[in-house]
Design a binder for this molecule. Structure first.
Ligand code: UN1
Length: 520
């Protein structure tokens, strides 16, 4: 509790916090001509380790929503005219400020969400890396020139910012996913409205304080904005708002489908969806008796138990070739037995609590269903108390229906395959397509896995696990994972639209396709 208190103090979190910010925290609103204090429902934020309430947030309502959207739209008009490298400089300063707060911000992620401290700090590092990357990229928002089919004509394409980008994030990466999107959206010239998960509002408030400070130093406002409120209220408003042309949503496939349908109805809304994963690691026989066998074990352990199985990239399925299966299973049981479960702030803890009781219930219900469907729990799966569970290893028949679903908990299914072809078939047999990995010593299998006949996932790794992606590569998945890419590679293009221009510098007006129209 002492640590929590000092972390909150350093990050400017009060006992009761306001949930809407458009550069300045909105504390009062004009309602029917009269000023009154914001009085949205109080949202308590709970520490899943102790079950204690950490602090409260006054949730944003319709009036605050209007204020934030109006301000973000207004700020866009000037922000888009700030040269991109200058926008990059502001984002660089944000990275610097995050560096100063890495320890306490990492601790707050741990306290509010339950992931271990190393992973909490890792998230802040991801934000810093993203800011550094975006700062550099702000000089590289390139277009193209094309050769025209018409004489003395010139063609080019350039990229322009959308306007307001709304980023709706999930509890499991309460701050890093915002940074993947926000850093790029900002250098591209957009303004941002963040709606964080109601499970982790304090992390968002802490980041907003940091943004506000950097913006104030630069005489800016309205670029990074925040709305904490109910999904059924604020979330719905965002996805249906014609003034918000771009939405980046992270969450379940079910909610993502709803977002997709709502945005499609107004057509003008472009979206990035980062939805469910059902990620598999394949281990081939040829790794036996090699160092790769050890690497596979470590990667599987981190992938399945890390963040208590609550990453989109969590390893949910292990597909083992027949010969390596017995020894790998045995080693995993041994490793699982040694996983220290407990307070995520304690140094040697490997697995903290699930984010809330509902997730515990979901895991226990899934385990019951697994048994009904013929799965065998080889290790773990017990509810230890409150939000704490043991990670579970489950031997599963190949076609067990529940294996097609994403249960957001540390359950790892073990299945066997004859060869690489069958393993790839199993890998691709689920509706989701986020991450996948193959452990092998054989080049041909590795190349097959990353070829068009291979994994159908947005991420396909060789001798590297399914989770813990670097920000340098584009992040996202196919099929029911939703599509769209965030963070690295060419993901910046998601935050800009392309305009094609043809310039005629001749004294004639030739038409494309050689069309003759009237006298000339
Ligand atoms: C998520 O779970 O939503 O690759 C994102 C990873 C992290 C990001 C996960 N860098 O595991």
């Amino acid at each position: 509790m002492k640590l929590t208190k000092s972390v909150l103090e350093k990050l400017g979190i009060e006992r009761i916090n306001f949930g809407a910010c458009d550069g300045i925290w909105i504390t009062q609103v004009r309602d029917n001509g009269k000023l009154r204090r914001c009085n949205g429902d109080l949202l308590p934020s709970c520490d899943p380790t102790t079950n204690e309430i950490i602090a409260y947030v006054i949730q944003a309502e319709a009036i605050e929503y209007e204020m934030v959207v109006t301000e973000a739209a207004r700020a866009f008009l000037s922000w888009r005219m700030v040269p991109a490298p200058k926008r990059g400089e502001i984002v660089r300063q944000l990275g610097e400020e995050l560096r100063k707060h890495k320890k306490e911000l990492g601790a707050l992620v741990s306290i509010e969400m339950g992931k271990i401290l190393a992973e909490g700090e890792g998230e802040v590092q991801e934000m810093i890396d993203m800011c550094d990357k975006a700062a550099g990229m702000s000089r590289d928002l390139y277009g193209k020139t094309m050769h025209s089919e018409r004489p003395e004509h010139f063609m080019m394409s350039q990229c322009h910012p959308y306007g307001i980008v709304s980023i709706i994030t999930a509890f499991n990466f309460p701050i890093a996913v915002w940074a993947w999107n926000a850093a790029l959206a900002a250098i591209c010239g957009n303004t941002i409205i963040w709606k964080p998960s109601s499970e982790t509002p304090l992390c968002a408030i802490a980041v907003q304080h940091i943004c506000n400070q950097v913006m104030k130093q630069n005489g800016l406002s309205g670029i990074f904005n925040l709305l904490i409120g109910k999904g059924s209220d604020i979330g719905e408003k965002i996805i249906n708002d014609e003034r918000i042309p771009k939405i980046s949503f992270t969450g379940s496939t079910k909610m993502g489908t709803h977002v997709e349908v709502s945005c499609a109805k107004r057509l003008a809304a472009r979206r990035i969806l980062e939805l469910g994963g059902n990620n598999a690691v394949i281990v081939l026989d040829n790794v036996s008796d090699s160092i790769v066998f050890k690497l596979a074990q470590r990667a599987i352990l981190f992938g399945s138990v890390g963040t208590a199985g609550q990453r989109c990239t969590t390893t949910r399925r292990l597909i083992m070739q027949k010969k390596v299966a017995p020894s790998l299973t045995e080693q995993l049981i041994k490793a699982y037995k040694q996983v220290k479960i407990g307070d995520p702030l304690v140094e040697d803890t490997l697995m903290g609590p699930l984010v809330n009781r509902q997730e515990v219930i979901n895991m226990m219900t899934a385990l019951e269903e697994i048994k009904r469907q013929g799965g065998e729990v080889l290790y773990g799966g017990k509810h230890i108390g409150d939000c704490f569970v043991e990670p579970a290893l489950v031997r599963a028949p190949k076609n067990m229906p529940i294996m097609r679903e994403e249960t957001f908990a540390p359950i790892l299914y073990l299945v066997e395959a004859e060869n690489i072809e069958e393993a790839i078939e199993i890998n691709n047999s689920v509706p989701q397509g986020l991450s996948s990995s193959l452990f092998t010593k054989d080049l041909a299998s590795a190349m097959l896995f990353v070829s068009h006949r291979g994994s159908d996932c947005g991420i396909a790794n060789i001798n590297v696990g399914t989770s813990g992606a670097e920000i340098g590569g584009a992040f996202g998945g196919e099929k029911k994972t939703g599509g769209g890419r965030e963070a690295g590679s060419d993901a910046w293009k998601e935050y800009m639209w392309e305009q094609t221009t043809t310039i005629n510098w001749s004294n004639d007006l030739p038409l494309a396709q050689g069309i003759k129209f009237g006298n000339d």
